[in-house]
Design a protein around this ligand. Structure first.
Ligand code: ASN
Ligand code: ZN
Length: 320
């Protein structure tokens, strides 16, 4: 009888609060989930064609090219984060192959997900160096996760939410690989990819949006941390890399309130919210509301987790 009760209470527990599936009785879990990590890294040879020359496939030893080996390892870390903590098998949840190209074009100062694969430039050597850094790798791969989760249109607020989700899971990939708690983390996306000609530490700061870099050429990092400073602009698809500072900072604040690891409660709520959103044109307010609904589903309507989440959104100027 005791055993039956235990099994029942286990079954009633929301899935995300279960221990990782390794420790759950197979009959009650998704223990049959298969790991299908499959990576391919290509060398773009500084040309624009994608994917370029295949230089390292799954199981191959390191090549000695630091960029090739960094995106190979990085994609492995990101895959592990999604598989172990979110029960997601690759970007599409179906074991999709992770295709990445390094040395994309000449002096190219960016990285991107093109709907099918990742590509990374070497930077111009002045304002940017190579983009093959773990939070950037996690960012680009997470654009794929967003795409295969119903999508967020890359324009205006829904675009900034797409950007923010990519930053949130990018920083989480770095924290996870380094074993960092929310207190240990620097909360910097793209740290160390800036070149000698720019005065700054990273691309973006989630702890203090607007302070990652300050430079005479590019101007101050324009990211806001509150709706009062929301930037209405037509450039950058309506400021998708700018206004993402607001939901980024809400996630950071929520992590500070809860402590521990970002991929535990805060990450579970953000991921759950993306899976439930069903609104590719969501506004910040829509998204904040969905995170609160997800927190209610995972932790209970009157839970501390829900109240603190509301407080985090309120601090960035969003009332839900
Ligand atoms: N690095 C940029 C990003 O992933 C590329 C872009 O503007 N889409 O957001
Ligand atoms: Zn992005």
């Amino acid at each position: 009888r005791r055993e039956r009760q235990d099994r029942q209470s286990l079954r009633m527990t929301p899935q995300s609060t279960l221990p990782t599936f390794d420790f759950v009785t197979p009959a009650l879990s998704q223990a049959t989930m298969q790991r299908n990590l499959d990576r391919a890294v290509h060398d773009g040879e500084q040309k624009a064609a994608l994917p370029g020359k295949l230089v390292r496939k799954e199981g191959d030893p390191p090549t000695g090219d630091v960029d090739v080996d960094r995106v190979y390892d990085g994609a492995g870390h990101v895959y592990d984060l999604y598989f172990t903590h979110f029960q997601r098998d690759s970007l599409d949840g179906l074991g999709m192959k992770l295709v990445q190209t390094v040395h994309h074009r000449k002096n190219y100062s960016n990285a991107f997900w093109n709907g099918e694969q990742m590509a990374y430039g070497d930077g111009d050597g002045e304002i940017f160096s190579t983009f093959t850094e773990l939070s950037v790798i996690g960012h680009e791969l997470s654009h794929g996760v967003v795409q295969f989760s119903g999508g967020l249109v890359y324009q205006g607020q829904s675009g900034a939410l797409n950007e923010s989700f990519a930053d949130v899971f990018g920083i989480m990939a770095k924290q996870h690989a380094l074993g960092e708690s929310v207190d240990d983390s620097d909360w910097l996306v793209g740290k160390g990819i800036l070149g000698p000609e720019i005065n700054g530490v990273a691309l973006r700061s989630m702890r203090a949006p607007g302070t990652a870099y300050a430079d005479a050429v590019l101007g101050q990092d324009p990211q806001p941390y509150h709706m009062d400073f929301y930037m209405d602009t037509t450039s950058d698809n309506g400021g998708v890399h700018i206004n993402s500072g607001i939901p980024n900072h809400a996630f950071y604040l929520y992590c500070q309130y809860l402590g521990g690891n970002a991929w535990a409660k805060p990450g579970q709520i953000w991921y759950h919210a993306l899976q439930r959103l069903n609104n590719p044109l969501a506004s910040f307010h829509d998204w904040a509301g969905q995170t609160v609904s997800s927190a209610m589903e995972l932790h209970g309507i009157g839970s501390l987790e829900v109240n603190l989440l509301r407080r985090a959104w309120k601090l960035v100027g969003i009332q839900v």
